[in-house]
Write a protein that binds this ligand. Structure first.
Ligand code: PAF
Length: 282
């Protein structure tokens, strides 16, 4: 029986509500988000609803994972819209705490995430993954879910969360979910709504370049593919690659030879003031 969704903002009420569900032997699914929900989040929530007795969606723009204060300020916030979607998708709880509620005291913990955090997003955004580890460990220990759902668009984050869960010995299954894309191929992201019309028009080029590299990768190897992807994305002068990396799906270390099923392509692109990431399996 579907109960109506509860929106709560304190850890104490969240604990109480979860304890009541646990009494009834319900399995618990958690979908951690920073809000500004889109079809990618909807896919995570739908899957969580299908696989668990009770589903909690957290909606919290975590300040400790932003290394750029302007990025934090610009990050879209639309809680009442999010609440409507979460309810329509059949999740049970929307947890939307304040910063003070989530961090009554500054979080000084430093996690050992190396070498996963030494490349790509970790190299370009110092402290970002430590902030992700801080909030994800808080949410996981607060909710103690059976399953937690993470999108593969943030593939590096996914591996880091899996590593974190092992380190902390948390009894949670991390469920990776495939990237959801707009019709034109652009990976769904809360940041897409911040794109200028020109950048939005050009942005599908990111995925086209990654996909298009498949043949070059097998015929000419990684360096040729890297150069081709970089040129394809930057052609037109609207998008600017920050990195293009072909790395191992297992440990994110850059690869010099293409291995089918293991090599993945990763890019970060500056599109005006907006930073976009995407990846591709080959
Ligand atoms: O992927 C995100 O939206 C965030 O990094 C997460 C996992 C919700 C932590 O704030």
């Amino acid at each position: 029986m579907q109960m109506s969704m509860q929106q709560i903002d304190t850890t104490q009420s969240l604990r109480q509500i979860i304890a009541a569900h646990r009494e009834l032997k319900r399995t618990v699914g958690l979908v951690p988000t920073m809000g500004a929900l889109h079809a990618g989040h909807a896919a995570l929530i739908r899957r969580a609803v299908a696989e668990n007795g009770v589903v909690i969606v957290s909606d919290f723009v975590n300040p400790t994972q932003f290394n750029n204060p302007m990025d934090l300020r610009a990050y879209p916030r639309q809680l009442s819209q999010d609440a409507q979607l979460v309810k329509a998708l059949g999740a049970d709880i929307l947890f939307a705490p304040s910063v003070e509620e989530m961090y009554p005291e500054p979080d000084e913990r430093v996690f050992d995430l190396s070498p996963l955090d030494s490349v790509m997003e970790g190299a370009k955004r110092p402290g970002h993954f430590n902030g992700v580890a801080q909030i994800v460990s808080r949410l996981l220990t607060l909710v103690m879910p059976d399953r937690a759902y993470f999108g593969e668009k943030d593939y590096q984050q996914l591996l880091i969360v899996q590593r974190l869960v092992k380190q902390l010995e948390l009894p949670v299954e991390i469920v990776p979910c495939p990237i959801v894309r707009e019709e034109d191929g652009l990976a769904m992201s809360s940041r897409n709504q911040l794109l200028s019309a020109e950048c939005r028009r050009e942005a599908p080029r990111i995925q086209q370049a990654l996909r298009g590299a498949a043949d070059i990768l097998s015929a000419q190897g990684i360096e040729a593919a890297r150069q081709w992807v970089t040129e394809e994305i930057n052609r037109g002068g609207v998008l600017q690659t920050e990195y293009v990396s072909f790395a191992s799906a297992d440990d994110l270390m850059p690869m010099s030879n293409y291995v089918p099923g293991v090599t993945m392509g990763f890019v970060a692109v500056q599109a005006g003031n907006v930073r976009l990431i995407d990846n591709c399996k080959y």
